[in-house]
Design a protein around this ligand. Structure first.
Ligand code: FAD
Length: 307
């Protein structure tokens, strides 16, 4: 009897596409590490790689430099993250120009978190863009760029309810967003329900799941509380007792992420965004599992099985 599972079909990887997220390195050592990661992931031919933008523009120069180097020294297509925090509209517009003069054609448009940190009340700059939707419009006024935005399967912590949350996503789409990338999540049912809500609200852009391979469970658990991502108790159970056992932690992390991604493939998801934390190992292994591989390692298409 043939196996009907989508994730097991030979050639399925050729129907999937991935993107990778990096943060701008703070030191020469971190830059070397990022560059090793870029070179390891490049043969997987990602749709784009994105580079984050620190709170209050704190990484502005490093983000611009990292994006510039990706354009100059790799075959990858960069997407520049940009936020509205602590900047006037003119300042943000200048950063958009700076990126486009470098050759950037893709952006990830975000409101950003308050400079005081996640959880503080967000106060827009009096002369600034107030949210992600206004920033999308500002970028699209400059040209026909590809603009991704955020989406929150468990709703953004500031959203009083899902209706408000979806309404904000709709405003971003109406202003020209071409793709949403989700906050990471560990329960695929939450993602599926969110996508259904968005479709019911007339949102038809791709809503790409953001996948966080868990490099350090302790850090993820602490960080998640503030950003609207629930850490289920079964996940805590899986990592329990591995604080001082990095090898087993890494194997468990690969298994957990693989399980999540393979299940999403079964549910028909064909695009994934990986929060790499500037590390290639887990993202590379998961891509291998779903058949997203370099040209020479690609499994042969079997037309009957892939039909
Ligand atoms: P928005 O989409 O503008 O708003 C988020 C929510 O706040 C809305 O759903 C809405 O409910 C509520 N809200 C906002 N304005 C209003 C209003 N006027 N009226 C009513 N409700 C409102 N942060 C960084 O600093 N740098 C990055 O590079 C970065 N990259 C990210 C990438 C992804 C894929 C994701 C998911 C998040 C990223 N973040 C980044 C985090 C993000 O900046 C925070 O989650 C921030 O709190 C919200 O930004 P946003 O663009 O999602 O906000």
């Amino acid at each position: 009897m043939s196996d009907t599972r989508l994730a097991r079909r030979p050639g399925i990887g050729s129907r999937l596409s991935v993107s990778f997220e990096f943060f701008p390195p703070k030191s020469d050592e971190m830059e070397t590490k990022l560059w090793e990661t870029v070179q390891r992931l490049q043969p997987l031919d990602p749709r784009f790689v994105s580079v984050t933008y620190g709170a209050g523009g704190s990484t502005r120069e490093r983000t611009v430099r990292t994006v510039g180097r990706i354009l100059k020294d790799s075959r990858l297509t960069p997407a520049a993250h940009l936020t509205c925090v602590d900047a006037t509209r003119e300042e943000v517009d200048r950063v958009i120009d700076e990126f486009t003069e470098l050759g950037v054609r893709r952006f990830v448009a975000l409101r950003g978190d308050p400079a005081e940190g996640v959880g503080a009340v967000y106060r827009p700059h009096p002369e600034g863009y107030t949210n992600g939707a206004e920033l999308v419009a500002a970028i699209r006024r400059k040209g026909d760029f590809d603009v991704s935005v955020s989406a929150y399967p468990e709703k953004h912590p500031e959203s009083p309810d899902f209706a408000t949350d979806i309404d904000m996503l709709k405003r971003k789409v109406d202003n020209g967003a071409t793709r949403a990338i989700t906050q990471y999540f560990f329960d695929n049912d939450l993602y599926e329900r969110y996508v259904e809500r968005a479709r019911r609200a007339g949102i038809y852009i791709p809503i790409v799941p953001g996948i966080l391979p868990v490099h350090n469970f302790g850090q993820v658990a602490r960080f998640s509380a503030g950003c609207g991502a629930h850490v289920p108790s079964w996940l805590a159970d899986r990592f329990e007792g591995l604080e001082n056992d990095p090898k087993t932690h890494s194997l468990v992390a690969a298994a957990v992420a693989a399980e999540q991604v393979l299940d999403l493939v079964e549910r028909g998801v064909s695009e994934f965004h990986f929060y790499t934390m500037n590390r290639a190992d887990l993202a590379f292994a998961i891509c291998h599992l779903i058949g997203v591989r370099s040209e020479e390692n690609r499994p042969q298409m079997v037309s009957q099985a892939a039909a």
